[in-house]
Structures are given as C-alpha cells and as structure tokens.
Design a protein around this ligand. Structure first.
Ligand SMILES: Cc1ncc(C[n+]2csc(CCOP(=O)(O)OP(=O)(O)O)c2C)c(N)n1
Ligand SMILES: [Mg+2]
Length: 358
C-alpha cells in the first residue's frame, strides 16, 4: 500500500511521473486514455481560465483573484477520485479540481466578481462555497464527515487548505477530531511553499507537513503535488481507506505557487526569481504535456485544438459572467435564513418603504 510505503517516517515523497516525464510503471494508476485526455483538457482549461482571471482583474472587471498557476495537479488528482456523492470542500486555489467536478466556469468567475450567485452551486455537485478564512473549511469538513457516517451515507469528504492553513487552530482541531472519531476525510494540504510572503521554513519547524499526521494518529503521505498521477494514486487509496472505515489521511501536496499570492500582491518583493524559474521546470501542465506526447495519447493537432477549445470556452464564460445581473438587495434578506426572522422582516419592510418613497 502506498500509504504504508510512503508513510511520513519513511522520509520519502511519492512521485510517479517525474519532471522529465519518466514514469514509474509499477506504481502508475490504471487510467484509460479517455480519462487522461480529459485530465489534460481540464488542466489546460484551468490554466487558460486562470490567466484570463488575472487579465480581467487588471482591467477592473474582476475583484481580487488568487492565481492557481502551477498548482493544477494538486486539486485535479484528488477530484478525479471523488465519487458523485462525496464532498469537495475547497479553500480558494482549487480551480482545476472544481472544473473536473463540473463547476461551470462562469459561476467561478461570478464568485470572484463579487456576485453572490457565484457561490450558489448546484447542490448535486456537493461543493461547499469558497472559504477565505484560512483553514476554517476544515471544521465543517469534519462536520460533514460526522454527518455522513451518522447517516450511513458512505461518502468521503475531500478538504483542501494551504501550508499557511496548517498553523491555524482550526487545522489542528479538525485533524484531532477526525482522528478521534475515525472520520472519512481526505485532508489535502497544498504546500505551495509560501503563505503570502511567509516561506514554508518559517511556517513550521516540522520537516514535512505530512508528518503532522503522526501526532493525530492518522495516516499521512507527502506527494509530489505537480505529478497528476501521484496525486491521483494517493487520493484514490486514501479515499478507499476512508470509505472502508479506515479513517482520515493527510496528503501533503508538495507544489509551488508560480504566480502572485493574489492580484493585490507582488511576489518579486519577497522571493528570488531563480526559485520560481526552478519550479517552472516542474510545471504540472508541461509534465502532463510531455506525458501525453510520449505516450502518443494525443496528436499534435489535437493538442493544439485543446488550447483553442479552452480559449473559446473561457471567453464565453467571461462574457456570461459579466452579463449576469447582480443579486438584488432583497436576496440579502431572503437567503440569510431559510425563512426571515421577525426582526429581519421588519428591516426588510422598512427597506421596501424607503425604496418606494425614493
Ligand atoms: C484566518 C485568516 N487569517 C489571515 C487571512 C489572510 N490570508 C489570506 S490567504 C493567507 C495565506 C494563506 O497561505 P496558505 O494557507 O499557504 O495558502 P496559499 O495562499 O499559499 O494558497 C492569509 C494569511 C485569512 N484569509 N484568514
Ligand atoms: Mg501556501
């Protein structure tokens, strides 16, 4: 079992497809070419959509945006292993995984444009809304997992945060509770080496983030987060363990944020350019590209058409999002509770009277 062979005390990080696209044939997950093609498409779409979001923000057409560039494999691999009834509990940097899950891109854009409909997902997708208070989503992931077991749903909860998130009380409380109650959760930490301007070395004195699992009595594994196949294989195994009553796993996805923290940040002020250059050579999308080429999964013509397909889709999604009207002020009152409380109703009526008198 990978989770045993690569346990945090082994000092090993799981890689299956390395940065030169060398493949570990023994550990390689068995994926149909159609699935590999879809994964490649999703990564390309995520990259193009992400670049477009930064442009939209620079043009004043979107609010603050956190770029995903370089971290596509870390959320996509786990998303590929999720069952229909499983839960996707994201933070704010999991675009590729969300696209795989079926979140419409225009809705993702709407969310970052500040339109609240952008957080009102189709309930069947089982995606919780974006979570900006760092690591707070881990607490409700635990609640979802507890409920799942109580209701014998047999679902697994996939919960994401970052390396910075591991310093939050919510992170520790959640891992502790998940361990004590043996809950069906796959915790994924996207260790992208930075929490805004704070480097990983100053975030924690632990050698790895995966080793934090040991303290909570749960499984842990450090995975090359830029390797789609390794992320898939580790997540698949962790989900299977969770579904069979084996409890939670902490997956450290060792990756890198190639872009700025958000569009309000300038990473050149606190990190050296050589570092980002070095990580560019490990770019998960280039690695995937080398893989589909070397295995002849897609022809050059097909690869070209995937980029064109993504660009068209992204333009359409941006247009749809920009032409979606914002929610009315009424919605603030209507959606705060299932039904309006008496004092809220009073305020609502008061607002309506004022509107009429204007
Ligand atoms: C509770 C809380 N504290 C501080 C912030 C401000 N903040 C936003 S993102 C961030 C860094 C998060 O770093 P990490 O968890 O590594 O995620 P990354 O941004 O690298 O994906 C901080 C401090 C916040 N959103 N929530
Ligand atoms: Mg980080």
């Amino acid at each position: 079992m990978l989770l045993d062979d690569y346990n945090p005390l082994s000092g090993r990080m799981l890689t299956i497809l390395d940065q030169d696209a060398n493949l570990n044939e023994i550990l390689m997950p068995q994926l149909d070419s159609a699935v590999v093609e879809k994964a490649f498409r999703t990564m390309v779409l995520s990259r193009v959509a992400d670049d477009k979001a930064v442009i939209l923000q620079r043009q004043g057409r979107m609010g603050t945006y956190p770029p995903n560039k370089g971290q596509e494999a870390a959320s996509l691999g786990p998303a590929m292993t999720m069952g229909d009834r499983d839960w996707f509990v994201w933070g704010f940097r999991e675009l590729a995984g969300l696209l795989w899950r079926g979140l419409p891109l225009e809705q993702y854009y709407l969310g970052w444009m500040g339109n609240e409909y952008g957080n009102h997902y189709d309930p069947d997708l089982r995606i919780t809304p974006t979570s900006i208070p760092v690591a707070s989503q881990y607490t409700y992931a635990v609640g979802l997992a507890y409920a799942s077991r109580y209701q014998k749903e047999n679902t697994v909860i996939f919960a994401f945060t970052g390396d910075g998130g591991t310093s939050e009380g919510d992170f520790h409380e959640s891992l502790n509770a998940a361990g004590v109650f043996n809950l069906p959760i796959v915790f994924i930490v996207q260790n992208n080496q930075w929490a805004i301007s704070l480097p990983r070395s100053e975030q924690t004195a632990s050698d790895t983030i995966a080793q934090k699992a040991i303290a909570y009595g749960i499984r842990g594994i450090q995975v090359d987060g830029n390797d789609i196949l390794a992320m898939y294989a580790a997540s698949e195994e962790a989900a299977e363990v969770a579904r069979n009553g084996g409890g939670p796993t902490l997956i450290e996805a060792y990756t890198y944020r190639l872009g700025n923290h958000t569009t309000s940040d300038d990473a050149r002020r606190y990190r050296v350019e050589e570092e980002a250059k070095e990580w560019e050579a490990r770019d998960p999308l280039n690695r995937m590209l080398k893989y589909v080429r070397s295995r002849e999964i897609l022809s050059e013509k097909k690869i070209e058409s995937v980029w064109e397909w993504a660009k068209t889709l992204v333009e359409e999604a941006a247009h749809k999002a920009e032409t979606t009207p914002p929610p009315s002020l009424d919605d603030v009152f209507r959606h705060t509770y299932e039904s309006m409380t008496s004092n809220l109703k009073e305020q609502f009526d008061d607002m309506k009277k004022r509107e009429e008198s204007q």
